[in-house]
Design a protein around this ligand. Structure first.
Ligand SMILES: C[S@@+](CC[C@H](N)C(=O)[O-])C[C@H]1O[C@@H](n2cnc3c(N)ncnc32)[C@H](O)[C@@H]1O
Length: 227
C-alpha cells in the first residue's frame, strides 16, 4: 500500500483526530521550543490533521503556516478544521516542496520524516527553502533505540526508516544542518494501567509500556540552516 492510500484511509475513518490527540502529548512541548517570531512563515511537513499550524498561530502569532501532506484526504480534513486564512494545506511530497528558496522561517514535522523514500532529498529541499538561520524541528516516535516502535512498519503496512539517534544527527550534518539539539521528550499523559491489568491488548508488561512512553517518548532532532 502507498503511504497516501494508507493515510487517506486513516483520514476517512477519523483516525487523524486520535493521532492528533496522541501526538499532542509531546508535540506541544516541542512546539513551545520552536523559535518562531510573530509574522514568521512555518512549514509543517506531513501535517496530518494540521494541529501544529493551528497551535503555532495561537501561541506564537506566526504569520503564515503551510501544511503539506501526501494524502489528499488528510490535507482536506486539515483544511476543514480551521477557518484561519493564514493557514493553508496542500497535497505534496516532502521531496519536492512548492516554495521559493529561503522562503520558510522554520519547519516542523511530527511522526512523518521516517516515511521519506529519499531522506537526503528531503533534507536538501529543506536546506533550499529554509532561510539562513531557519530551523528544522524533526520529531519522531519511531527510531532504532525505541525498540517498542520496531513493529510499526508491519502494522501500518508501508515502508519506514528506522534510524538511530546518531544517524539522525549524521544525516542532518551531511545535508548541511548544524545539529542544535537532540533529546527525548517523555509522554507523561498516556494512561498506564495498574500492574494487575497486564498483559493488555497492546502491551505484554507494564515495564515495557512505561519504557515506551515515559522513557523514550518522542525523539526531537533540531537542525539549523547555517547557509
Ligand atoms: C503519522 S502521520 C503524522 C501526522 C501529523 N504530523 C501528526 O503529528 O499527527 C504522517 C503523515 O505524513 C504524511 N506523509 C508521509 N510521507 C509523506 C511524504 N513523502 N510527503 C508528504 N507527506 C507525507 C502522511 O500522509 C501522514 O499524514
Amino acid at each position: 500500500m502507498s503511504v497516501s492510500d494508507a493515510f487517506d484511509e486513516w483520514a476517512r475513518s477519523g483516525k487523524d483526530q486520535g493521532m492528533e490527540e496522541r501526538h499532542w502529548h509531546t508535540a506541544k512541548h516541542a512546539l513551545a521550543r520552536l523559535p518562531a517570531e510573530p509574522g514568521d512563515t512555518i512549514l509543517d511537513l506531513g501535517c496530518g490533521s494540521g494541529y501544529a499550524g493551528r497551535a503555532l498561530r495561537e501561541t506564537k502569532d506566526v504569520g503564515r503556516v503551510y501544511g503539506i501532506d501526501a494524502a489528499p484526504e488528510m490535507a482536506h480534513n486539515a483544511a476543514s478544521y480551521t477557518e484561519d486564512d493564514a493557514v493553508a494545506f496542500a497535497i505534496g511530497d516532502f521531496e519536492c516542496l512548492p516554495f521559493d528558496d529561503d522562503s520558510i522561517d522554520h519547519c516542523w514535522s511530527m511522526e512523518a520524516f521516517y516515511y521519506a523514500e529519499d531522506p537526503r532529498a528531503v533534507l536538501d529541499e529543506l536546506q533550499r527553502v529554509l532561510r539562513p538561520g531557519g530551523t528544522f524541528y524533526c520529531a519522531v516516535n519511531r527510531w532504532e533505540e525505541n525498540v517498542h516502535s520496531h513493529e510499526w512498519e508491519e502494522l501500518v503496512g508501508v515502508p519506514m526508516l528506522l534510524w538511530s539517534e546518531a544517524r539522525y544527527r549524521e544525516a542532518f550534518s551531511e545535508a548541511g544542518f548544524a545539529v542544535a539539539s537532540q533529546d527525548r521528550i517523555p509522554d507523561t499523559e498516556t494512561t498506564i494501567p495498574a500492574e494487575s491489568d497486564f498483559p493488555t491488548e497492546d502491551w505484554e508488561t507494564r515495564t515495557a509500556m512505561i519504557e515506551r512512553y515515559r522513557e523514550y517518548g518522542t525523539l526531537l532532532t533540531v537542525g539549523t540552516n547555517t547557509a
